[in-house]
Design a binder for this molecule. Structure first.
Ligand SMILES: Nc1ncnc2c1ncn2[C@@H]1O[C@H](COP(=O)(O)OP(=O)(O)OP(=O)(O)O)[C@@H](O)[C@H]1O
Ligand SMILES: [Mg+2]
Length: 230
């Protein structure tokens, strides 16, 4: 079973004037432990695809099985649970709460968790996680006082706190200089080598070079699904 199976996926954004086909008949399988880059020009549909993969947005047609669960048949409540348990998100603009501490930001996803015992176990991993991401000393610092690279590491820590199998990243190095980008992608690669499936939207060929394969999208159509590099 592949963690991600999408078939003939369509996404149409309807406005008063017209309907915009953001995704057109996209099919894609992603295996467990793969690290995949999604590339394509601005407006080609990358973020739309990532949002659908992340169950943040719904497709207009086609099917999506996430860990063998048919996503379109799930209730909003079930989807929220799947998002929290199985998926970690890293966004380009970090999407952190600036006036919260590093610790408070990273622990945010646990607030949505029902099981108190599991929540405790996850929270107990915080120090080791922050150390691993080299932000241990910043644990009580407000996020607004961190550098861009440090903020991105906080966002990655938050994506990992629930130990999800799949990490979705939308241009995780878009706001960073080359050296910091390199550090972040090497970090994501090491997380991938621990067995996580990672999907990264990027414009940067240097980032894509770290991935097992590249999926290319143009005008909402997949023009290349990539070869799995053995
Ligand atoms: N909520 C929305 N309503 C209407 N149109 C939308 C909406 N979201 C995205 N679109 C349109 O869908 C198309 C794909 O957008 P998307 O954000 O997926 O592009 P992208 O490949 O991520 O681009 P970029 O590289 O600039 O981030 C664009 O034409 C965009 O204007
Ligand atoms: Mg985008």
């Amino acid at each position: 079973m592949n963690p991600i199976e999408i078939r003939n996926l369509n996404k149409v954004f309807k406005t008063k004037q017209h309907a915009l086909h953001a995704l057109n008949d996209v099919s894609l399988s992603i295996q467990k432990g793969e690290m995949v880059a999604i590339m394509g020009t601005s407006g080609s549909g990358k973020t739309t695809l990532l949002h659908i993969l992340g169950c943040i947005d719904h497709p207009s047609g086609g099917s999506y099985r996430l860990n063998d669960i048919p996503v379109e048949q799930q209730s909003p409540k079930a989807l929220a649970r799947i998002r929290n348990r199985d998926l970690g998100f890293v966004m380009q603009d970090f999407a952190l709460v600036d006036h919260y501490s590093v610790q408070k930001n990273v622990l945010l996803p646990l607030n949505y968790m029902k099981e108190p015992q599991l929540r405790k176990e996850r929270a107990a991993r915080l120090p080791a996680l922050l150390e691993k991401l080299h932000i241990g000393q910043k644990r009580h610092e407000k996020v607004m006082n961190l550098s861009g690279g440090q903020k991105q590491r906080v966002a990655i820590a938050r994506a990992l706190i629930n130990d999800p199998g799949i990490i979705l990243a939308d241009e995780p190095t878009g706001a960073l200089d080359q050296k910091t980008s390199q550090e972040i992608i090497e970090l994501l690669k090491s997380i991938n080598q621990e067995g996580k499936t990672i999907i990264i939207v990027t414009h940067d060929p240097n980032i894509a070079a770290y991935c097992d394969r590249i999926v290319r999208i143009e005008d909402g159509r997949m023009i290349e699904a990539g070869e799995l590099i053995p």
